[in-house]
Design a protein around this ligand. Sequence first.
Ligand code: ZN
Ligand code: ZN
Ligand code: ZN
Length: 537
Amino acid sequence: MRKIIIAITILFSIISNAQDKPKLVVGIVVDQMKMEYLYRFSSDFLDNGFKRLMNDGFVFQNTHYNYMPTYTAPGHASIFTGTTPSTHGIVGNDWFNKASGKDMYCTDDESVSMIGDGIESEGKMSPKNLQSTTITDELKLSTNFKGKVIGMSLKDRGAILPAGHFADWAFWYSKTGAFISSTFYGEKLPNWVIDFNNEKNYEKYINKGWELLKPKETYNESLTDNNPYEGKLYKKTPFFPYNLKDMYDNNDAGVLRSTPFGNNILADFAMKAIEKEQLGKDEITDFLTVSFSSTDYIGHILGPRSIELQDTYLRLDETIAEFLTYLDKNVGKGNYLVFLTADHAGAENVTYLKENKYDVTNVNYKTIKNDLIAFSKTTYGEDLVLDYSNYNVFFNKELIKIKGLELSKVKQEFTTYLYQQKFVKRVYSEEEILNASGSDFYLNFVVNGYDPVQNGELVIVLKPGYVEYSATGTTHGSPYTYDTHVPLLFYGWHIKKGESFDRKEITQVAPTLSQLLKITFPNGTKAELLQEILKKD
Ligand code: ZN
Ligand code: ZN
Ligand code: ZN
């Protein structure tokens, strides 16, 4: 009897322990995914992919980015730090470094080296420019570094920033077709990564080519193929089927990124990581971040209404279904917590809007820069513009001083000039941004994205509908809903099904995860929690 009681007590403590924390948290980011896609393509989705997360999990219908620029690196950093570029310091994918006078990349780190079968320049990367901690960092601290944290993506920034400063590993895809990392994480790739790379899995996908997954008539939610709003994929006419072998032969294995199979190879790699790194096997919570990038590459080139993009989502839906089934089997239903969101959404193709009578256009950032320089030369006889990038104007303050000009007056004159441009909605000066009181809708987005050490002296907000991009395909970066409205789905461990239509901000994800795991919040977050998934009711 005594033995039975002890056995029951032990069993009970195992069960209650098992429910105390999830064994594995999986953070899925779908690059450039608009909330709308969950609905636009839903009649062609499986029951056990995106729909499983939506029907059995919690759907935040109205989640937005709360800063500009809405780009990939700030997006990934903001999801996982629970704060915005003004605090975490990732103010763009790349930006003008005022100290060096040169452009820098978000995850540049000259002090580390590439490891694996990649190209050296692809591997000089680390999270050192990320100024605040991530939810994954806090998990490492709270478990005395025993919980494993691994980040992965086709993009270096999509792997490195979510995994944080204390990650065991971040892996990203090289144009050689291999997953690589840097000496920031270790001296040598784990053997299972070397084995995975040796299998040359990319060849399997390239040799298969890219045909539509379903009969052509299935794609009636998109425009017809080979429409004028699509750009060219590696010089190919934007038309199915794509000969990937040919694209590969003329380029490198990097072409896989701009096909749906970039997502497939990443999912293959993620499942291998779970198996070989034993993620979710013990009682200490592990955290895997997986950022699917092919949706962004294809969205940029072919646009949001191309059948290529729809096909990519239908295939990603299958991949998500397969991945969830894998988690059920290997980590166990109820033992893992999944969340899915995006690093930003994306605009409509501007030419398509214009042809349908909405008077908007695309502007090239180089044209804006050249026009600013030309204005400077005619007005002051000198080029006072150091750089224009990410909607920021950087002035040559030294030269302004030498010329005996007043910076505030120069800014004023540039502002007046900019307001004469058809594409400009607002121009804000550094002083206005730093002294903002919070009542100006556009200004709040700029404030949250602005770091005075790293940003320029003027920030431009384009008019809604205008994009800094080519006439084909699409982009993102603005504070408007088409760029800010992203999916936010929670599923699995302790998540009840439901939905909320209240407006949420992306920075709420990380502190809510901290609350679910009962650990310290990332250090830069203002911690407005998503009450809906925390309340026990
Ligand atoms: Zn992105
Ligand atoms: Zn096409
Ligand atoms: Zn993008």
